[in-house]
Write a protein that binds this ligand. Structure first.
Ligand code: CTP
Ligand code: MG
Length: 165
């Protein structure tokens, strides 16, 4: 059974990661993190991972921690929001690294990986301060691909994003 505590627990845990990830997509651009460099004939990360995306994602994702902290009155939530945002952005970067290694061009779809890379990174770093409960974790893994695909489709149809995935 899905109870409210699972849904609310998931929102508290993962919403900074959602905001970090979508802010990077909305506000990213310019200088790529890999500075355009190649490794073994292929881009290290590609043009889709930029400093501006990383920094805006980290800042806006961490800021989500403020209302969550005020609601919960728990300082750990602030630290969690920062770690979860950082983890989301790093998870996405690690996925791009592997996408380039297997020869996938920037922006080409990698089903499952594209939808879950950032939440996996978020949970790994978030677990430094709080390991999510099993049901919350499963809920996050099941719901995120749906939220991710829906919001990307929306971003694409509003011309905010280059591709629909
Ligand atoms: N973005 C960014 N910096 C980041 C992450 C994302 O600037 N650290 C922006 C880029 O404009 C990117 C968009 O968000 O194109 C969507 O992100 P994502 O789908 O993760 O990147 P892709 O362009 O699909 O590249 P890849 O194939 O490497 O995943
Ligand atoms: Mg993509």
């Amino acid at each position: 059974m899905i109870g409210w505590e699972i849904i609310i627990g998931a929102i508290f845990y993962i919403s900074p990661a959602y905001i970090a990830n979508s802010s990077a997509a909305l506000f990213g651009g310019d200088l790529p993190i890999d500075l355009g460099k190649n490794w073994r004939g292929k881009r290290i990360l590609g043009e889709g991972k930029t400093y501006r995306g990383f920094l805006t994602g980290l800042i806006l994702g961490s800021l989500v921690g403020i209302p969550l902290y005020l609601i919960s009155n728990n300082f750990e939530i602030l630290v969690l929001a920062f770690l979860v945002s950082l983890g989301a952005l790093l998870g996405d970067i690690v996925a791009s690294f592997f996408k380039r290694r297997i020869g996938l061009e920037r922006g080409s779809p990698a089903p499952i990986l594209d939808q879950l890379d950032f939440v996996m990174g978020a949970v790994v770093l978030g677990s430094l301060v709080r390991v999510p409960g099993e049901s919350v974790f499963i809920f996050i893994i099941l719901v995120t691909p749906i939220v991710h695909l829906t919001s990307n489709l929306l971003g694409y149809s509003l011309d905010l994003k280059e591709d629909p995935w």
